[in-house]
Design a protein around this ligand. Structure first.
Ligand SMILES: [Zn+2]
Ligand SMILES: [Zn+2]
Length: 278
């Protein structure tokens, strides 16, 4: 992947950077879940999930911690959340001028953050004092909310009791859906309906499939239901070979299929052909 070349293609439209395209099991080039949305490149950053290594990956991608103003969480598994606590601690550091922050996620998010003090001490939780929490009750019905630069929509995935998939429709054009972790839940495909990009997990190859995760074929079927423009496969466990995954997904989804890698960058608006990491 010609990473620098991709970055230089940014022309001012919304940008989505993969910070971690893997799972909790270490794999080179595939860190834990984290994605950065920049409605305006170089402007405020919204993170979707914040798994371990996300903050370091942000630095590698040239994204400033001081630009991080909102975090959207899919569910409470540690491969999607653990760097929240590193961020809380960073925000208490006297060398860091912490900006206002909003945390959005399933019901229980604030309790999850504050409860960590029992194990981690008060510092991480103190870093979130004054932060605005916005909690969503997971539901099989799509719920939406308007923000300045985009509309956020969400639906339950049932991967866990509190798991959510998210979609952002940019005010300046373009849309992206992020499955979080999910089984083959039709409403996740409905959420991604006609989405420009559908970042969909495909944890395990077909022979190792689990009911609360997707295989590449399951991701392909959800993308076909979504009729999205581009399916981007992500959340690869070490057992899931990305190129093989693309072949399997293509049996069900006839649109463009790309493969996420850490720090691949996607233009959300305009002509997307050839953008991102193929
Ligand atoms: Zn999970
Ligand atoms: Zn996961």
């Amino acid at each position: 992947m010609a990473k620098k070349e991709k970055l230089s293609k940014a022309k001012g439209g919304a940008r989505w950077t993969v910070l971690g395209a893997g799972s909790i099991l270490p794999r080179r080039g595939y860190g834990c879940s984290g994605y950065a949305l920049e409605p305006t490149p170089g402007g405020p950053v919204t993170l979707f999930d914040c798994g371990p290594g996300t903050l370091r990956s942000m630095a590698e991608a040239g994204l400033e911690l001081s630009a991080l103003t909102r975090i959207v969480i899919s569910h409470f598994h540690l491969d999607h959340c653990l760097d929240l606590f590193a961020l809380g601690f960073a925000r208490t550091n006297p060398a860091f001028d912490a900006p206002p922050l909003e945390l959005i996620g399933p019901v229980g998010l604030q309790h999850y953050i504050e409860g960590a003090a029992a194990a981690l001490g008060n510092s991480p939780a103190r870093g979130f004092l004054g932060v605005r929490f916005l909690e969503v009750e997971p539901s099989g019905k799509i719920a939406s909310r308007e923000f300045e630069d985009y509309k956020l929509s969400t639906v339950a995935t049932y991967h866990t009791l509190q798991a959510l998939a998210w979609r952002a429709d940019l005010a300046g054009g373009g849309s992206v859906t992020y499955s979080g972790d999910t089984g083959e839940e039709p409403m996740v495909g409905t959420l991604a309906q006609k989405s420009g990009f559908f970042f969909c997990e495909c944890s395990f190859p077909e022979e190792l499939g689990q009911p609360n995760h997707l295989t590449p074929a399951g991701a392909g079927r959800l993308a076909a239901h979504a009729d999205c423009a581009t399916l981007v496969l992500t959340h690869f466990y070490p057992s899931c070979d990305p190129e093989r995954a693309r072949v399997e997904a293509a049996k069900f989804f006839k649109g463009e299929i790309l493969l996420a890698q850490d720090r691949s960058v996607f233009e959300l608006a305009g002509d997307r052909t050839g953008e991102g990491c193929s």
